[in-house]
Design a protein around this ligand. Structure first.
Ligand SMILES: CC(C)(COP(=O)(O)OP(=O)(O)OC[C@H]1O[C@@H](n2cnc3c(N)ncnc32)[C@H](O)[C@@H]1OP(=O)(O)O)[C@@H](O)C(=O)NCCC(=O)NCCS
Length: 76
């Protein structure tokens, strides 16, 4: 995911993540994971994600790590 550079820091990324959490819960999912840029770890941690495993490099996109979080079944 990405927010246009001139619109970052205004809560748009958080709104998108919350919509994703609601969608996963509505579909009966209870765990969400992603391949996160290392530079975005703090953003995902604020949203309840934790890192898992070792980092690796995606050529042209830089270092990444798997991040995950549980989704509460009753959030929608
Ligand atoms: C990561 C990204 C999607 C966040 O989108 P955003 O719309 O700026 O996010 P928000 O405004 O909801 O930010 C929520 C909080 O996280 C913080 N935050 C955002 N990006 C951050 C980052 N890369 N590192 C640390 N903190 C970050 C914000 O300062 C904000 O903090 P606050 O609640 O104290 O104000 C955006 O910075 C982006 O597009 N980055 C470039 C692409 C990228 O790295 N995408 C992730 C690939 S996995």
């Amino acid at each position: 995911m990405a927010t246009r550079s001139d619109a970052q820091g205004q809560g748009i990324g958080t709104l998108v993540l919350n919509a994703v959490f609601d969608h996963v819960a509505a579909e009966g999912g209870d765990l969400l994971w992603c391949n996160a840029r290392v530079s975005a770890i703090a953003f995902y941690e604020r949203a309840g994600f934790r890192t898992w495993g070792e980092q690796w490099v995606i050529p042209a996109h830089g270092p990444h790590v798997v991040m995950w979080r549980r989704i509460e079944p009753g959030r929608v």
